[in-house]
Design a protein around this ligand. Structure first.
Ligand code: ARG
Length: 458
């Protein structure tokens, strides 16, 4: 029996069991973190008097060798050794002899995996933050370029009120800024070392957890060994934030899919980022955007799947927890791709100014007509009713608000005078929205300036 835990067993492990329980095929992604952890742990074993100076040196040298083998793709990963931890430990013992066999003193795979995952996530979150930053800056750039363009906004997917296209892009920049904030906040909670918690109860030897933490770049250590080895709240949080970012990306993608249809025609996507149909020659499909939308389903699924795994687990480590890794790796990889995809699309997006202009006016101006009457002293509810009647009249006559004459208007209220006709412009409508965070040109310019300053764009 060649297993690190083989002592109490008298039969070989069934090979199906090996196949079913192994995790090394995917948790080898944590190999470098596991090695960094072992370096810090070996040093602390030396300080605790478990390893001699010579043994520590041997172990550190062997860990360097193992790292090299892994990076060069020469490491012999063995399924029968189950996971990344026992693969590395076994190789360490091959290289360093009895010194290597001491590495698992005062540690368990349970505190090891919780630590590896935190180390791994920390790096991944930092690169996610970079990607998100790039996307936010692209949105700011597109906002600046589209300051002069007006588009209808939609509520219930019905034309609502005219807004500046820049306002739209800044809205998404704001969403991704909140996601950024979530990630930064998450890093603070992630910053806690589980190692030294052992399998469940803590460890027997006088290891200095604070020094290990410092060496691995953690500013705090976990305060309860049971919590530290069994809780996966931090993986869930990573999955939630990924799903949340995915939701924002998906809605942006959906808008752009709609806007690039012949029916809307507000934007066009570059050929290089679209795909064709194998049967319909005229097609130019927004597959990239559709997949961003579609992959968001996976991001949500990964979150739900781990929540279900955790629900009802007896407290402390259970092997079920091994199921945390594949969703995590998948979500981080998927999200990275989706962020890159949307950035490319945004960069290549072209606006159809004519179409935007032609769509922005019309009935989207009816709130302005009501507000005009309010300024003349009418209570809003009354003004709303009159503007509603004007709307019904126009629909019946097959006319647009821009076609209204003063004479017609005055049949609804004698408060209307010729300034009311000047209201019938989408630009003007947008520029009336002067509230903080509204879509008036001056206000959008102010928000754009703030955004540029925050993003370090000059
Ligand atoms: N591969 C295991 C996991 O990912 C590592 C911890 C195993 N611990 C144990 N007691 N079997 O969860």
């Amino acid at each position: 029996m060649d297993k690190p835990w083989g002592g109490r067993f008298s039969e070989e492990t069934d090979s199906f069991v090996e196949e079913f329980t192994e995790s090394v095929s995917f948790d080898r992604e944590l190999a470098l973190q596991d090695i960094a952890l072992s370096r810090a742990h070996a040093r602390s074993l030396k300080k605790a008097g478990v390893m001699s100076k010579e043994e520590l040196e041997k172990v550190l040298k062997s860990l360097d060798e193992i790292e090299r083998e892994i990076k060069e793709g020469k490491f012999n990963w063995r399924r029968d050794l189950e996971d990344v931890h026992m693969n590395i430990e076994r190789r360490l013992t091959e290289l360093a002899g009895p010194a290597g066999a001491k590495i698992h003193t005062a540690r368990s795979r349970n505190d090891q995996i919780a630590t590896d995952e935190r180390l791994y996530l920390r790096e991944k979150i930092l690169s996610l933050l970079e990607e998100l930053g790039g996307l936010r800056r692209t949105l700011v750039k597109r906002a600046e370029e589209s300051l002069g363009l007006i588009t209808p906004s939609y509520t219930h997917l019905q034309r609502a009120q005219p807004i500046r296209l820049a306002h739209y892009f800044l809205a998404f920049r704001e969403m991704f800024l909140k996601d950024t904030d979530r990630l930064v906040d998450f890093l603070r909670r992630l910053d806690e070392l589980p190692l030294g918690s052992g399998a469940v109860a803590g460890v027997d030897f006088a290891i200095d957890r604070f020094t290990v933490a410092r060496e691995l770049g953690f500013s705090r250590i976990s305060r309860n060994s049971l919590q530290a080895t069994s809780d996966r709240d931090f993986i869930l949080e990573a999955l939630f934030i990924s799903a949340q970012i995915g939701l924002h990306l998906s809605r942006l993608a959906e808008d752009l899919i709609l806007w690039s249809t012949e029916e809307f025609g507000f934007v066009s996507l570059p050929d290089s980022l679209c795909t064709g149909s194998s049967i319909m020659p005229q097609k130019k499909n927004p597959d990239l955007l559709e997949l961003v939308r579609g992959k968001t389903g996976r991001l949500i699924g990964n979150l739900v799947s781990l929540m279900v795994v955790l629900k009802g687990l007896p407290t402390a480590y259970n092997r079920d927890l091994q199921e945390d890794k594949e969703p995590l790796f998948d979500s981080l990889r998927t999200l990275d791709g989706s962020l890159k995809a949307l950035r490319k699309i945004l960069d290549g997006l072209e606006f159809n100014e004519e179409r935007l202009k032609a769509s922005a006016g019309g009935f989207t101006l009816m709130t302005d007509l009501a507000n005009y009457l309010v300024r003349k002293g009418l209570p809003f509810r009354k003004a709303h009713e009159i503007a509603g009647k004007v709307t019904a009249y126009l629909i019946e006559k097959g006319k647009k608000p821009e076609d209204l004459s003063l004479q017609e208007l005055r049949t609804f209220s004698d408060l209307f005078d010729k300034e009311a006709l000047e209201l019938m412009s989408p630009e003007r409508s947008a520029d009336m929205k002067i509230s903080f965070g509204g879509t008036a040109r001056e206000e959008v310019i102010r928000r754009l300036d703030v955004a540029k300053r925050e993003e370090g764009i000059s």
